[in-house]
Design a protein around this ligand. Structure first.
Ligand code: CMP
Length: 138
């Protein structure tokens, strides 16, 4: 049975600044994702802290919030069967240095923080993250 899923992607400030919006969206389109919503944003500290609330208290939290509020991001709702796991495969390891060549982080990420893109890590996260940015998306 084919289960169509949606996942939430964020093209992070490092990738936006380097002119990689089109390249990254193209990778998802070539992988047969349907782009259902796109929004640019400059996140406030409050938004970033709420979005990443599960990481509060971790050693990297402050740096993550500072980085995610440092510039423009592009937020995307993307859809296809198996979207959540497929997107994570395209994105690669959190640590860009370990991410496989050919993955988005392997090709464009710099480290653990400036890692080009976020993708939801589970159906529960996807639901929460999609509602956070696209509350009106049916
Ligand atoms: P993201 O997919 O956006 O979700 C949480 C983010 O925390 C992760 O990508 C990384 O960018 C960031 N982060 C920074 N340092 C670490 C770390 N040591 N381990 C995991 N995530 C980290």
């Amino acid at each position: 049975m084919i289960i169509v899923e949606r996942t939430l992607l964020i093209i992070k400030p490092d990738a936006v600044e380097r002119g990689l919006i089109g390249e990254i969206i193209s990778r998802f389109e070539r992988a047969e994702f349907a782009i259902r919503a796109v929004q640019s944003a400059h996140l406030t500290t409050e938004q970033a802290r709420e979005f990443y609330a599960e990481h509060e208290g971790k050693h990297f939290f402050a740096g993550l919030i500072e980085f995610m509020t440092s510039g423009m991001v592009v937020v995307i709702a993307a859809e296809r069967d198996g979207a959540i796991q497929r997107a994570r495969n395209l994105v690669g390891d959190t640590n860009s240095a370990k991410a496989a060549p050919g993955s988005i982080r392997g090709d464009y990420g710099r480290d653990n923080t400036a890692n080009a893109i976020h993708a939801s890590d589970s159906p529960e996260s996807a639901q929460r993250e999609l509602a956070f940015f696209f509350p009106d998306l049916a």
